[in-house]
Structures are given as C-alpha cells and as structure tokens.
Write a protein that binds this ligand. Structure first.
Ligand code: MLT
Length: 257
C-alpha cells in the first residue's frame, strides 16, 4: 500500500503495480460502499495501474465536512500530482464513474481517457435524493449494516456476494454517509462525456438493475464511445467476469493508446 497526503490533509491510500512508464497510467476508482479490492481480478494492462481507496474508504482517511464529488475529484488530482503523472486514463465503477466524470469536468487536462463500468452521467432524480436521505438516516442509526444487503445485488444472481459482503463490512458508516451526500449532490455530466475528445469506453451488464444502461444518451456511439454490453452480467462486470472484463479493457487500451 502507498499513501499520499491530500491538500486537505488526509491520508489517501492507493495500490500501484509496475508497468510501462512511457504510457499513461490507468487509475481505477471503486464504487459505493466499496474499496480498491473490487478491481483485484483485473489484470494485464501493460501499463502502470493505480487502484485507489476513495477518501474515507479502505485505508483512506475521511475529509471533514459534507461529502461532495468535488472533494473526491480533488483527491484524485492530488494523487496524480504525487505520482508526477500529468494525465491518467480513468476507469470508474458506478459511483467511481461519477467521480471520474467530475474529474473530467474539473481537471480535463489530467484525463487521457475514460472507462465507465456500470455507471452513467445523469444526476439523481428527486425520488432518488429522497432515498439517499433515508439511507443517511439509517447509516447514522444502525451503521454499515444499513448497506450490507447491497452485497447480494452488486452482481447478477448474487455473483461475488462474499467479496462484496466482506468489503462492505470493512467500511465505516461515516464514509458511506459522505459518499451518499456526494452522490445526491452530483450534477449531470452528459455534455462532458459526449464532448470530451478522448478515447471513451462504456462497459455495462445487460442485467444491471442498480444503474440501468438506458440512463446513457442514445447518441453515445456517435460521440466516439466504445460500448460493450455483457449478457448475464449485473452491476459489477469486473467482479462477475474478471477475465472477459480484462480482455475488453486491454483491447481498448491497446487500440486507443
Ligand atoms: C454504486 O454502486 O456505486 C452506487 O450504488 C451507485 C448509485 O447509488 O448511484
């Protein structure tokens, strides 16, 4: 494990694997309420791989104050600064994809490419915001067990539930509250996704019920986005089908970088 101190003074943990230093590194960003371990089955991109624990999750410390996508994006920029990486390819799962889109919007010069996995660019609906408020109340009253039930739903048919259960159980309720606040306050990044002139990849499970694919705009492919839909896969392709996911990702990286 490596750590960096963010500009707001917290420890940010990340895991680094060796690779070709002449190519832009790839930075993997996990979803809610998880950590870097969700990417453990992903291998074989010949470049430097960085798997981060978002602020508050895994081994990273939680910043003070309300959760925001801005805080997460700033932490990723601090991490790239520490690694002296001007640009990275960002690969985000679900909430991690929201963080990558926020990073693209705030720090476009730091993003060499974008891969969204079980994610989407829209903001929350009013009904979703109400659900999130209720979740915050439950997290504050019963703790992380308020989200343990997600372990069954993150993979289609419960695939990966043991790993998810273990990861979720290791997280602090305060980190989950911060992340929930960040998700409910996020803005629509459809325009940035469509207009960014960088290689873009969307990987989505056909059986994803947590973040439906139809939240993407229809003209996704017309804007240069490579779209890979995996049959019999739910919300977490990299855990449910690690080899297929790794092959798709490597093919895209080899083609486009
Ligand atoms: C995730 O899997 O990261 C979250 O469930 C996404 C969300 O709640 O919008």
């Amino acid at each position: 494990m490596n750590t960096v101190k963010t500009k707001t003074g917290q420890r940010l943990a990340y895991f680094l694997s060796a690779g070709d230093a002449d190519k832009p590194p790839i930075l993997f960003v996990h979803g809610f309420p998880l950590d870097h371990r969700t990417w453990s089955g992903v291998t074989a991109t010949s470049r430097i791989e960085i798997k981060v624990d978002l602020p508050g999750f895994g081994n990273s410390e939680l910043p003070v104050g309300e959760g925001s996508m801005e805080a997460y994006a700033a932490a990723l920029a601090d991490l790239l600064d520490d690694l002296a990486a001007q640009k990275a390819i960002l690969c985000g799962h679900s909430m991690g994809g929201y963080v990558c889109l926020e990073t693209l919007s705030r720090y476009p010069d730091r993003v060499a490419g974008l891969a969204l996995v079980g994610s989407q660019p829209l903001a929350d609906t009013p009904a979703k915001i109400e659900d999130r408020r209720a979740l915050i109340t439950r997290l504050q009253s019963v703790g992380i067990s308020a989200v343990e039930g997600m372990a069954e739903k993150l993979g289609f048919g419960g695939v990966g539930h043991e790993l998810f259960y273990q990861i979720i159980g290791d997280q602090s309720p305060a980190a989950a509250v911060f992340a929930t606040q960040a998700m409910m306050g996020r803005v629509d990044h459809t325009r940035e996704l469509l207009e960014a002139n960088i290689p873009k990849l969307v990987v989505h499970g056909a059986k994803d019920e947590m973040v439906p694919f139809n939240a993407y705009p229809r003209e996704l492919r017309d804007h240069g986005v490579r779209v890979e839909i995996l049959q019999q896969v739910g919300h977490s392709p990299m855990v449910e089908r690690p080899r297929t996911f790794s092959t798709l990702l490597s093919a895209w990286l080899n083609d486009r970088f």
